[in-house]
Design a protein around this ligand. Structure first.
Ligand SMILES: NC(=O)NCCC[C@H](N)C(=O)O
Length: 300
């Protein structure tokens, strides 16, 4: 498999200080967002197809107001929000999670699968480079989307692949980058109807994840639990409403969808500070809070 480490070969990559993510649950300091100014319900995933079949029509004004409220919630928690300029030709670019990954060694440019999202990787990468984030690697083969990547903790990453979005080649290409830095990698194959890993599994705190156990393969559940990760169960109906798809700000602070009543209650009962934001215009298009946010930096 040909990998491109920006000329670094398989040599160890140096951890970066300012723009690095070593765990999905470290304190979030910087995030990339993109306004939904041109969001459109493109029928490229099961949830959006169902929304369209149900007669859903998107309101860009409402989506924009919801997105501003998400930004305000992040800023209340002292997260710097960097706004990637939207583009009418890229209707799903507000789901910034999928095009780019910040690793402990800097940016890894991903390879979105659907033709209408491919250009997002260049846009997000160039924008983050402009902020001063260092490049670490490109994935040059296969398809890989950020919603399929969970940086569980330092030394352990989970990469999901459905074949329709992230495929085996793309998952392996990313896995090689992490393995080359002596990380453990768990790869997990799942049903394309579920779109991304982050609709079924999402870290909420060190050693704790939300998981739709009924939808996940029992062997994967065992593998995760063997890593000492406790799973908080999410129902399949909740998972379809993007109930798993939350953002950890670190220090037991979470941003979640306001429609996530039961899960938000469970998390609050466990002592989490949960900020609930109404994002129904986005969930009808197949994406939640995790999809709308691409962490650029988390403090260790
Ligand atoms: N990580 C995610 O689950 N992203 C949501 C992307 C939704 C968008 N409509 C898509 O199908 O690509």
């Amino acid at each position: 498999m040909k990998l491109d480490f920006l000329g670094l070969g398989a040599r160890p990559l140096a951890p970066t200080r300012r723009f690095a993510v070593t765990s999905e649950t470290d304190r979030l300091t910087d995030v990339m967002l993109c306004r939904p100014s041109y969001l459109a319900p493109v029928p490229c995933c099961a949830v959006t197809r169902q929304s369209l079949a149900d007669g859903f029509t998107l309101s860009v004004d409402r989506a924009t107001a919801q997105h501003r409220a998400l930004q305000a919630a992040l800023e209340r928690h002292n997260v710097r929000c960097h706004l990637l300029p939207p583009d009418p030709a890229l209707p799903d670019m507000c789901f910034t999670r999928d095009a780019l990954l910040t690793s402990p060694w800097g940016l890894i440019k991903l390879r979105p699968a659907t033709p209408h999202r491919r250009e997002e990787a260049d846009r997000a990468f160039d924008f983050a480079r402009g902020l001063g984030a260092p490049p670490a690697a490109y994935v040059r083969q296969g398809r890989i989307e950020g919603g399929d990547i969970a940086i569980v903790r330092s030394g352990l990453v989970v990469i999901g692949w459905s074949g329709e979005r992230t495929d085996w080649t793309g998952a392996e290409a990313l896995a090689e980058i992490f393995r080359g830095q002596r990380w453990d990698v768990i790869t997990y194959a799942f049903d394309p109807e579920l779109l991304h890993l982050d609709t079924q599994f999402c870290m909420v705190d060190e050693g704790v994840a939300l998981a739709c156990i009924e939808l996940l393969d029992p062997a994967f559940v065992r593998q995760i639990e063997e890593q000492g990760i406790e799973l908080i169960a999410v129902e399949p109906a909740e998972s379809r409403r993007l109930g798993c798809n939350i953002l950890s700000l670190g220090q037991r602070r979470i941003i979640s969808s306001a429609a996530n009543d039961r899960i938000n209650g469970v998390l609050r009962g466990r002592g989490f500070d949960v900020e609930a934001v109404d994002i129904d215009q986005f969930t009808r298009c197949g994406g939640g809070i995790h999809c709308l946010t691409m962490p650029l930096a988390r403090a260790m």
